[in-house]
Design a protein around this ligand. Structure first.
Ligand code: FO1
Length: 304
């Protein structure tokens, strides 16, 4: 059976990726991670979406926070605070080790793909988690106070400044991960767009030169799962980002945002499908338990 290529951001995407990982042989699943959220902080290379996917698929995710590791301790942060250091972006003691390890290896010249493969293998993650590119792409947000780096807007400013414009700095020069292009050439069974924020989690991947064309040329069905249920995002700023653009947040608005890219769209039973130009599939898209994640993954694949 050919592969499922899943495009994912952090929290919501990782939940569906876990569901897919439960029902597909590891070699049949390629999870492509957004790296637009990546940044350098305290001298470390941080890749939040890769890390959320890694911890989730390794069963090490912190379910209370939605990011970082479970069973976390915070001595490093407390000590940094006592020293007057920067503490708006919290790195737990266990999580810190991953960032140190990644930073060391990147500095030694390894690619983000190689570093991610090594770390995921060490943590027992079977499916491949692939950075969308080994080149730096950095999401930036224009607010009324000017441009902000993504994590400054998202974490430090708590998504409060109104979003006027989004840019993916470096994307024109970045090469899509060759393994992503190879997987798309290799007649995938499906491209799954996980229930992640379209603007800041999925569109950085789609903005890489040639990726939209390669998805279209793959001939595979392209199925997106709505991150919006009853007009609200399960977590994060997806709904408010639609509102700020003058678009009422809804599952249909997500489908319209992806437009002709989609062949199928998975959305909650009660939501309005008017204006969706793809085959609509109804499923429970709220994923609270592992069983919910598996059931949604099954519904996504059954839809095809
Ligand atoms: N999100 C927060 O809201 N606050 C944090 O302090 C924070 C720290 C953090 C550390 C490592 C990591 O991999 C992720 C972290 N996140 C934190 C999550 C994260 O940056 C965002 O949820 C994503 O970038 C949006 O997808």
């Amino acid at each position: 059976m050919s592969r499922v290529v899943a495009l994912s951001g952090g929290i919501g995407g990782a939940k569906l990726a876990l569901g897919l990982a439960q029902i597909l042989p590891a070699e049949d699943l390629l999870v492509v991670a957004n790296t637009g959220d990546d940044f350098e902080h305290l001298g470390l290379s941080i890749s939040p979406d890769i890390d959320t996917l890694t911890y989730t698929l390794a069963g090490l995710d912190n379910q209370q926070l939605g990011w970082g590791r479970r069973d976390e301790t915070w001595s490093f942060m407390q000590t940094l605070e006592a020293l007057g250091g920067e503490t708006w972006f919290r790195l737990g003691d266990r999580d810190l080790a991953l960032h140190v390890e990644r930073t060391q290896r990147l500095r030694a010249g390894e690619t983000l793909t190689a570093v991610t493969a090594r770390i995921t293998a060490q943590l027992g993650v079977a499916p491949c988690i692939l950075p969308m590119s080994d080149d730096a792409v950095r999401t930036r947000i224009r607010t009324d106070a000017g441009w902000l780096d993504f994590q400054h807007w998202f974490v430090r400013e708590q998504c409060r400044p109104v979003v006027r414009e989004i840019a993916f700095a470096g994307v024109e020069q970045a090469r899509p991960n060759p393994a992503l292009l190879a997987a798309l050439r290799d007649r995938p069974r499906a491209v799954v767009i996980c229930p992640s924020n379209p603007f800041i989690s999925v569109e950085p991947i789609l903005a890489l030169p040639g990726v939209r064309e390669a998805i279209a040329a793959s001939g595979a069905p392209v199925v997106a799962v709505s991150p919006i249920i009853a007009g609200q995002a399960v977590k994060g700023p997806t709904a408010s980002m639609f509102t700020q653009q003058g678009v009422a947040p809804s599952a249909a608005a997500v489908a319209q945002r992806y437009g002709a890219l989609l062949t199928h769209f998975v959305m909650e039973a009660g939501d309005d499908a008017t204006g969706i130009d793809a085959r609509v599939v109804r499923a429970q898209t709220m994923m609270r338990t592992l069983a919910d994640k598996v059931a949604l993954a099954q519904a996504v694949l059954a839809a095809l």
